[in-house]
Design a protein around this ligand. Structure first.
Ligand code: 5GP
Length: 119
């Protein structure tokens, strides 16, 4: 799938539209989801043009891949989610109902999330 540089997260990365930022470094940006599905619902996106996890892991540099996943872990720690726990999720493609075609990891927490799917 070709990257659409006009997708909403590309615009957030370019600071053309605002976000409620919770973390940023050279590799990743994390911000609160506009329509939270749990008391904590943060999105972490890599800095670069990647549609999905498959795209990202096939084409991004090792430095960016490492930095992105470190950022996900850092956000979970910063939000004090290690205890009592949290869930990460990344949708890819139509069957998973991926709405925004820029790789993003959802971090859910702040309540008992139930078995597996959020809803
Ligand atoms: P997906 O279904 O692609 O995995 O998730 C996309 C997520 O992006 C949804 O949870 C949706 O609420 C969130 N989202 C869509 N547009 C915006 C936006 O403009 N700002 C923020 N912060 N979140 C957004």
């Amino acid at each position: 799938m070709t990257y659409d540089s006009e997708n909403i997260f590309a615009k957030i990365l370019r600071e053309e539209i605002p976000c409620d930022k919770v973390y940023e470094d050279d590799f990743a940006l994390a911000f609160n989801d506009i329509n939270p599905q749990a008391p904590v619902h943060v999105l972490v996106i890599p800095k670069g043009e990647y549609v999905s996890m498959a795209d990202f892991t096939a084409t991004a540099s090792a430095e960016l891949i490492a930095g992105f996943f470190r950022a996900v872990g850092q956000v979970a720690r910063d939000l004090n989610l290690e205890q009592p726990g949290y869930r990460i999720l990344a949708n890819a493609g139509d069957d998973a109902h991926q709405e925004v075609p820029h790789l993003h990891i959802h971090i859910f927490g702040g309540k008992k999330l139930g078995p597996m799917l959020v809803r």
